[in-house]
Design a protein around this ligand. Structure first.
Ligand code: 26V
Length: 740
């Protein structure tokens, strides 16, 4: 449901190998390629890591010569544009299609009808087959727009097919128009269009929820109809569908594809249930991207039934058979079955549907997959041994190294040749050159990138920063579990030390944040305001100028990530252990030679394994410790504060407005979260360890050769996090498809 593809022109030039020739040609015309890049829109058709992962994956599939299509929605408005006004996040629409998108091709001839609502008409044919038809439904026309996805140094060009919601026969109601009701005359058009209007509308209201469910069925139904009809047109035998088609569902957002394929096989192709089910399960794989309970999709039964009556019938039957199967086995009593049921507590549980309807269920980093298997989804992994597996995420080195950091890519070419561009595993060949000039060269390049970022910071925020300070960067969605709050607490402590004249061993530091908060997530927005408030105070204090600068860059998106990541010295990956499924920003920073400051969470665990304890800075509770606290009702944050005078100072400073605030009790939400609500993400508990880890960095950074060596080791060992490896593993283990 999300593809956060970023700007395309440069990616196209890199993958087709045309960059140099185009650059030369444009030079003759007096045009700079960079100026063209500026004009290319950055389609924000995703929220964060999940959507960006999908974009890296389609790049890797094309580059590994795997025939594959990305299926999504052509949102009229992408994720909101974020402004920061007086320290507050303000959301404005991202009207990215204002200028026509030159990279898309409308394939009107491939349009499909998606049916909502209606009544079911059933009758038994003389052949013993139950014929089911939908009547009086609301038809919505799904029109595909294709975006080409060329592989790197490959003949293959795959497709990202994004569906737009429109109406059949223009949808204009002439009789209403003639009666003079002009609003009614276009009502159908407006209702249909609203389906592909915006990415993830707020689903906290019943109306918003319904719209999201509509979006999910809209693109899965259109996508599945498309896949099936192409297969049949190409002469495929329906009973061998699963041998030639693999469908990977990216989180549960497209999980309706499972009952939709059942519907198509049974109602339209005339297959019996058992055959259809065998084909369906063999076709689907499901990737889980989070264990946070609030992000697990559950649809209220009445809404589901009304919007998708035939799909609901099929889900009920899938569940009936699943529950019957469970009850045949020893050890599956009423309680356990109730917990595993697809339908329960008045809702359809999409994760359960996805697990039952797929032959593979994977997490996105080893730790995450282990937690799924042994804890969150234990009931299922015991019932389906062998279904559960891990596929650690990856990133495309083409965008995140070759594209985002051309100077570093050039230095790597000069050091080990260009073979790594096609096979990023070869980056390990850098290892023997680290102490023979490569680490110095990479350090110098980082300084240039920092200088460029400093220019951007000055231009956008009017804050002057020093490229010789440590660039300590945290960029990702704003979420309490990601703990931007821990970072800003560390900053406040550093500031207090400066004010107390206690600066021995302190190295100048620029702490940089960028993050969007979900519009309805009050605590996250309160955290942004706190960061901006602290930044204002620190940056306007001459006494702090030599040691500390704090920057919040507005509107984090793929393009801003490409500017920031190559300029990072320290990559902040500080989520509460067990909460971040994988993280992929951590890999992007590593590949660009930043040192990770990390908890043992998500893929940080595997980054540590790759670089060794000497080349990463670890701190904080482990996931086992966090889980154990959670099982014993948490811990006492008040005690933590009482025992640490630094925390006491910070908490009372925030409360009393020492850093400034607009109104009284401005930061009550954050303070209540930490104290009254028991600090569910262990910010106060990990504070001491975090501050010590940051102090340790000061010592390391001031030893320039040691630090640049660490950075170079990170670059050299980052190849294993190329999404080419991840995709090769999906292809081998789940899709059973050959690749380059
Ligand atoms: C769920 C919902 C439900 C309500 C509407 C908004 C919304 C938005 C997103 C989600 C699913 C969130 C899952 C997710 O984004 N997981 C991230 O996936 C990344 C790629 O695997 C991974 O690196 C991150 O650690 C993980 O948080």
């Amino acid at each position: 449901m999300e593809f956060l593809i970023g700007k395309l022109l440069e990616n196209y030039l890199i993958n087709t190998g045309l960059k140099e020739v185009v650059e030369e040609g444009l030079k003759d015309l007096g045009i700079k390629l960079e100026d063209l890049y500026e004009m290319d829109p950055d389609p924000g058709l995703g929220n964060g890591g999940l959507g960006r992962l999908a974009a890296c994956f389609i790049d890797s599939m094309a580059s590994l010569d795997i025939a594959g299509t990305g299926i999504g929605i052509r949102y009229r408005y992408g994720l909101f544009r974020q402004l920061i006004q007086n320290g507050y996040q303000v959301e404005t629409p991202d009207n990215w299609l204002k200028i026509p998108n030159v990279w898309e091709i409308c394939k009107a001839e491939d349009a499909r009808i998606v049916k909502f609502g209606g009544n079911i008409n059933m009758n038994w044919g003389g052949d013993g087959h139950l014929y089911v038809e939908l009547e009086d439904y609301e038809p919505v026309l799904a029109v595909p727009y294709d975006i080409p996805v060329p592989g790197y140094d490959s003949e293959r060009v795959n497709t990202l097919r994004l569906w737009s919601a429109e109406t059949e026969n223009s949808g204009f109601d002439f009789s209403e128009f003639s009666k003079g009701d002009y609003d009614r005359a276009v009502e159908n058009i407006t209702t249909a269009h609203s389906i592909s209007n915006v990415l993830y509308p707020d689903d906290s209201t019943p109306r918003g929820k319904l719209l999201r469910l509509k979006q999910e069925y809209f693109f899965t139904s259109a996508g599945l109809q498309d896949i099936l009809s192409r297969y049949l047109k190409g002469g495929g035998n329906i009973r061998e569908f699963h041998l030639y088609n693999a469908i990977q569902i990216n989180d549960t957002h497209p999980a309706l594809a499972i009952p939709e394929l059942m519907r198509l096989l049974i109602d339209e192709q005339g297959l019996g249930w058992d055959d259809a089910w065998a084909i369906t399960v063999a076709t689907f794989g499901y990737t889980n991207h989070t264990i946070l309970a609030e992000a697990l999709e559950k649809w209220p039964l009445d809404m589901f039934k009304k919007l998708l009556p035939r799909i609901y019938m099929i889900v009920e039957e899938i569940n009936r058979r699943f529950v019957a199967e469970l009850s045949m086995k020893d050890g599956y009593g009423f309680d356990r079955i109730a917990k595993m049921s697809i339908i329960g507590d008045g809702a359809v549980k999409m994760a359960h549907l996805a697990i039952v309807g797929s032959h593979s269920v994977n997490g996105v980093a080893r730790l995450h997959s282990d937690i799924l298997k042994n804890k969150e989804l234990r009931n299922f992994s015991e019932f389906y041994p062998g279904k559960f597996n891990n596929k650690t995420n990856g990133i495309t080195h083409r965008r995140w190294l070759i594209g985002a950091n051309p100077e570093l890519a050039g230095a790597i070419d000069r050091t080990i040749g260009t073979g790594w561009r096609k096979d990023p595993g070869k980056l390990t060949e850098l290892e023997k050159f680290i102490d023979r000039g490569f680490s110095d060269e990479a350090y110098a390049i980082k300084q240039n990138n920092k200088e460029r970022l400093a220019g951007y910071i000055l231009k956008t925020t009017e804050i002057g920063v020093d490229k010789n300070s440590i660039f300590d960067i945290q960029v990702k969605r704003l979420h309490m579990y990601k703990r931007q709050l821990l970072n800003i607490f560390g900053v406040m402590d550093m500031y207090n030390r400066i004010k107390a004249g206690n600066t021995s061993g302190m190295y100048p530091r620029t702490v940089i944040f960028s993050a969007k908060a979900f519009p309805g997530y009050g605590l996250a927005k309160n955290t942004i305001k706190l960061i901006c408030t602290v930044a204002d105070r620190v940056n306007s204090d001459k006494e702090a100028a030599d040691f500390l600068r704090v920057v919040f860059l507005p509107n984090y998106d793929v393009s801003l990530a490409e500017r920031m990541i190559p300029a990072g010295d320290i990559s902040e990956q500080i989520s509460t252990a067990s909460k971040e499924a994988s993280g992929t920003g951590n890999m992007k920073f590593m590949m660009n030679g930043a040192v990770t400051l990390a908890t043992l969470d998500g893929a940080n665990v595997e980054i540590r394994e790759a670089v060794g304890d000497d080349n990463i800075i670890l701190f904080g509770l482990t996931s086992d410790e966090v889980i154990s606290y959670e099982q014993h009702g948490g811990y006492d944050p008040y005690r933590e504060v009482r025992n640490d005078s630094r925390l006491e100072a910070i908490i009372s400073q925030i409360r009393e407005g020492y850093f400034g605030f607009a109104g009284k009790n401005e930061f009550t939400p954050v303070l209540d979260h930490l104290l009254k609500d028991g600090d569910p993400y262990f910010v106060l508990k990990d504070f001491d360890a975090y501050v010590s880890a940051r102090d340790k960095i000061d010592g390391i950074y001031s030893d320039r050769s040691r630090f640049s060596r660490m950075c170079a080791v990170n670059i050299a060992r980052s190849g294993r996090f190329s999404s080419d490896n991840t995709i090769a593993a999906y292809a081998d283990d789940i899709w059973n498809v050959k690749h380059r």
